[in-house]
Design a protein around this ligand. Structure first.
Ligand SMILES: Cc1ncc(COP(=O)(O)O)c(C=O)c1O
Length: 454
């Protein structure tokens, strides 16, 4: 979509320059740390995408607590990024911090289960309606492991995903639809296998395409976020999943819901909130309250297939698991999160806050006459540069505008609020106050005012 006339490119560039100068002038300690890190860290950061924030140098954090970050120069920021969902229950939530402290004194990793294992599995089974569980250290690995179990158990090689999806750095999902053709994502580094042989991709909300892709009978599973959240936000059409689920089952494939981000919907994820039942579910990020851990759950029928595949295999490495998976600290963190944070009473104000934010954003956007839309899934909201919510990944991608996003993110940061560096996602945590939301709305209003000024 073309930018409306008010959003002239030169204005975006000029404002970006000004915001970069403003950021740099007020952050000498971050600048010094960035210079020091440049010596020994690739791209000057511990993980290369930490340099993708659009700031002139990397912002360094001194402290993160509740809904707030304090940077090393003493600026306090209201955090709506929340570690891109890892801190959805707030930074260092007290029940998790206490559980970690207690467990740290009693052992951290043993390659054996401790007293939390059964309790965590019971809580997961009860929340997500799936009887069997395994763990991983990240949602990426949980997806990767589950895919391997499914391929092993079914003998079916193909993974089916939706165009524009992201499920972590699982190589198999990086296949895009470009002009109707399936192509390996060009940005993927060092991938030497031809992924399009075993990954099939269709547009979200397209039941005919889904049916055609399932028809050969070789699809092990459909891996999907119930609401796409990584290409901006794409909501399912009313009735899409109600029609897709029996279609997938009829073709002998399994439906895996990756609820890593849609856990923002409530204690049982989007599926529970909407009365949907997938065959398997993947949970990561906020599950450990900020500790790296993830889990995947599945039906009894799938569990029987997984166990049979393992028993029938030659002894040796399965390709599933990592040494520190389900370590004692991770299990203690998940236990605290599941029993003390993933509850309706905790979610209710988060979701109410996100609704206040989404409605406020719609009003601000309308005031400035911009053809943008706002979507919400539970405690998560997103604004997109298109007049109506996109229905699939291609439409969502077409609405993105990297230069405009960079400017908005940086200008908001300079006004004391942080949103995710990728697209325009905002999360509300239990500690986010209505005044924090109003502060974000005021900041968006001020930035859009400058952007649209004649
Ligand atoms: C839906 C979804 N699944 C999986 C992942 C991967 O999570 P992680 O990077 O913690 O492995 C992400 C990360 O953004 C995600 O959005």
């Amino acid at each position: 979509m073309d930018s409306p006339p008010a959003l002239r490119r030169e204005r975006i560039s000029a404002l970006t320059l000004r915001e970069r100068e403003r950021f740099a002038a007020s952050r000498p300690r971050s600048a010094a740390l960035a210079r020091r890190s440049a010596e020994h860290l690739l791209f000057g950061v511990p993980l290369h995408w930490m340099s993708d924030w659009g700031t002139p140098f990397t912002l360094h954090v001194a402290r993160a607590q509740g809904a707030r970050l304090t940077d090393v120069d003493g600026h306090e920021l209201v955090d709506f990024c929340l570690g891109d969902t890892g801190a959805m229950f707030g930074h260092s939530p007290p029940p998790v911090a206490a559980a970690l402290q207690a467990q740290a004194a009693r052992g951290m990793t043993t390659m054996l289960p401790g007293e939390h294992a059964a309790e965590v599995a019971e809580a997961l089974a009860c929340r997500f309606g799936l009887p069997r569980w395994q763990f991983a250290m990240s949602a990426t690995d949980a997806n990767r492991f589950l895919l391997r179990w499914l391929r092993a158990a079914t003998g079916r090689p193909v993974l089916l995903v939706f165009n524009g999806c992201y499920h972590g750095t699982v190589d198999d999902v990086f296949v895009d639809l470009v002009d109707g053709r399936q192509v390996q994502r060009a940005s993927l580094l060092g991938q030497v296998h031809e992924l399009t042989r075993t990954t099939r991709v269709v547009e979200f909300n397209d039941l005919d395409a889904l049916q055609a892709a399932l028809a050969p009978g070789d699809v092990a599973c459909v891996l999907a976020e119930p609401v796409m959240t990584n290409v901006g936000m794409v909501l399912p059409d009313p009735g899409f999943w109600q029609a897709a689920i029996p279609l997938i089952r009829r073709h002998g494939s399994a439906l895996v819901f990756d609820e890593t981000h849609t856990l923002s919907s409530g204690p049982g994820g989007y599926a529970r909130a909407q009365g949907l039942q997938p065959d398997a579910v993947v949970l990561g990020k906020p599950l450990g309250g900020g500790m790296p851990c993830a889990a995947y759950g599945f039906t009894a029928a799938l569990a029987a297939g997984f166990e049979a595949a393992k028993r029938a295999a030659a002894p040796g490495h399965s390709g599933i698991g990592t040494t520190l998976t389900a370590n004692l600290l991770a299990m203690a963190a998940m236990s605290a999160t599941l029993t003390q944070l993933m509850a309706d009473a905790v979610y209710a104000p988060m979701i109410a806050g996100a609704t206040r934010l989404a409605e406020g954003l719609r009003a601000v956007i309308a005031r400035h006459g911009l053809p943008w839309c706002v979507s919400q899934v539970g405690a998560r909201a997103e604004f997109q540069f298109c007049p109506t919510p996109p229905r699939n990944g291609s439409q969502a991608l077409a609405a993105m505008d990297g230069a405009l996003e960079h400017l908005l993110h940086l200008a908001l940061l300079n006004r004391g609020v942080l949103i995710t560096p990728f697209h325009n996602m905002m999360l509300v945590c239990p500690d986010t106050q209505p005044a924090d939301i109003d502060r974000l709305l005021d900041a968006v209003d001020a930035v859009l005012g400058e952007l649209c000024a004649a």
